[in-house]
Design a binder for this molecule. Structure first.
Ligand code: HEC
Ligand code: HEC
Length: 390
């Protein structure tokens, strides 16, 4: 009955949690004092950790155990069937060091593209960049009858933004899918950001909390019934260590795992990525910029086998594949801020992907695709896979 949840705290090991009692969905969750060294195996081996144990009034500890994050394979998985789980907040804070502020700026403005959603954007400019003095101020992403998606104001504005939130509210939102007010988040790529190691998370939070406040009051979200059912936030119960960045391919794998490339570039059925078609495109994405299918970015002749490193950098920096302009639904206006070395690593990793034959061409009118089940340009040029054809 007693579950021990470890809450990582890389640089905040002198922080002292207090005993707390809080009620979540009618259950009493009780947190305990910090464990002292010697009390448990875990606290002995993990000097830097703060162990917070609390009783979960639900079933056995097996039902509330941890799950580890694997790189890049869970991006925005939905319907995982794991249900709604959250941990209580801690009072940890992240020290704002100059190194963290710089690293945080680099991640937020580039590979993590936070202001792709959390800012008003200049939709008429190429790449639809975030408007400079609206960064972090949030945006209404979709507003239809019965359905409104809102990226909240996460700038440090006291009245309309996140000025009063705590560092751990940010940490829990970014990697665990719980808003500052305890709601489960929908449409925030927390499953992708779950791959962020503790130090990069600390950098992102330090930076986001240091940007100028933006005054922007936004309405609340409206989810439909099906979306409500897909809410399944999951706590992180172990530290996320620094990934292996020792080779360009490994570095690229890490960057791709936090950039959401897999989510947009893998076609889905019933809100699940279709196995075997990873990174092969054809996922029809709708936004203010119209409807556009993602591209096949595997090294197949129907994908980007004709790219070399120089062309990849040119595409990401300019949003153009030679004469062809990319729709800004592809966040190239943000990814263009990624440093050369990191872009080269991303390309090195993409080249290791399994080639998938899947023709997708946005310059052609959409037609039904037997392979991915969606409609996209050149859909009719693809055949159903033998294994899908009993
Ligand atoms: C693809 C769009 C998208 C991107 C990219 C994105 N977010 Fe979000 N984010 C959202 C949406 C939508 C919500 C609100 C979800 C809801 O209310 O159900 C949200 C919620 C949040 C929240 C919780 C706000 C609250 O009310 O408590 C925080 C914090 C946050 N995002 C931070 C970030 C950071 C930091 C980044 C970059 C590392 C980021 N987001 C990138 C869409 C996005
Ligand atoms: C928010 C969704 C989204 C994300 C995230 C995203 N892409 Fe894209 N990407 C698209 C769409 C949509 C297109 C097609 C644009 C068009 O044809 O106008 C595209 C096109 C591309 C192309 C151009 C292919 C060609 O020659 O037609 C490349 C290369 C690419 N993406 C790479 C990436 C990489 C690498 C990442 C991660 C670092 C990534 N994308 C993340 C949506 C996304």
């Amino acid at each position: 009955m007693k579950a021990k949840w470890i809450i990582e705290s890389p640089a905040e090991n002198d922080q002292v949690p207090v005993t707390r009692r809080l009620t979540i969905k009618g259950l009493i969750w009780i947190t305990h004092e910090r464990e002292t060294d010697g009390q448990s195996h875990i606290s002995r081996i993990a000097k830097y950790l703060i162990a917070v144990g609390f009783v979960i009034a639900l079933g056995s500890s097996a039902g509330c155990g941890h799950r580890t994050t694997t790189l890049a394979d869970e991006s925005n998985a939905s319907l995982s069937g794991e249900g709604f789980r959250m941990r209580p907040l801690t009072d940890r804070t992240f020290e704002r060091t100059p190194i963290r502020l710089e690293r945080g700026r680099y991640l937020v403005e580039g590979v993590l593209h936070c202001f792709y959603c959390h800012a008003q954007r200049d939709w008429d400019a190429r790449g639809a960049p975030a408007i400079a003095d609206r960064k972090g101020g949030g945006c209404i992403l979709i507003d239809e009858p019965g359905h409104r998606r809102v990226a909240p104001n996460i700038s440090p504005d006291m009245e309309t933004g996140a000025g009063t939130w705590t560092d751990d509210m940010f940490a829990r939102a970014i990697r665990e899918g719980i808003g500052h007010d305890g709601r489960a988040l929908f449409g925030m790529p927390w499953r992708t950001f779950r791959n962020l190691p503790d130090e990069d998370l600390a950098s992102v939070i330090s930076y986001i909390r240091s940007i100028p406040p933006v005054s922007n009051a936004l309405p609340k979200r409206i989810l439909n019934e099906e979306e409500e059912k897909r809410l399944d936030p999951q706590p992180l119960t172990e530290p996320v260590p620094q990934p292996d960045l020792s080779t360009p391919v490994k570095r690229g794998q890490y960057l791709v795992s936090v950039a959401d490339c897999r989510f947009c570039h893998t076609p889905r059925q019933n809100n699940r990525p279709i196995p075997g078609l990873e990174f092969s495109g054809g996922f029809a994405l709708k936004s203010r910029l119209g409807e556009v299918a993602s591209a096949n970015i595997t090294p197949d002749p129907s994908g980007i086998s004709y790219y070399d490193e120089a062309l990849f950098l040119e595409v990401i920096r300019t949003g153009k594949v030679k004469a062809r302009e990319l729709n800004a639904t592809m966040p190239w206006g943000f990814f263009r801020n990624i440093a050369d070395e990191d872009l080269k690593s991303i390309f090195a990793y993409l080249q290791t992907l399994k080639p998938v034959s899947h023709r997708v061409d946005n310059t052609e009118p959409p037609t039904g695709c037997k392979l991915c089940g969606q409609r996209h340009g050149f859909g009719d040029r693809n055949e159903q896979r033998a294994e899908d054809n009993p």
